[in-house]
Design a protein around this ligand. Sequence first.
Ligand code: ZN
Length: 89
Amino acid sequence: MSTNIDTEVKSTKGTGAPRIIISMNGVITNDPCALCGARTNPNGIDLMLADEPALVCRDCGLAHARPLAMLLGLADAAYGFANAHEDAF
Ligand SMILES: [Zn+2]
C-alpha cells in the first residue's frame, strides 16, 4: 500500500499538481485550505502541503491524493472509536 502512495507522490512532481501529506498538526485551527480557500476542519491529524505548513481540505485531498484522504478517514474513525471505548484501551 505504501508503494502505491509513494508512486502517486512521485508522479505529481514537476506536473504542477500539489504534493500532499498526512501530518500531525499541533496547532488546531480551521485555516482556509491552501488550494481552494474553503475552511478546513482540522483535528490534529491533517492533510497538508508537503512543501509548506498549510492545511488542505478533504475535498482537495480526495481530488489530488485520494488514497491519503481515504486513509485519513480511517484514522478519524479509529480515533472516534477509541474515544467512545476509552475504558477498553
Ligand atoms: Zn480545498
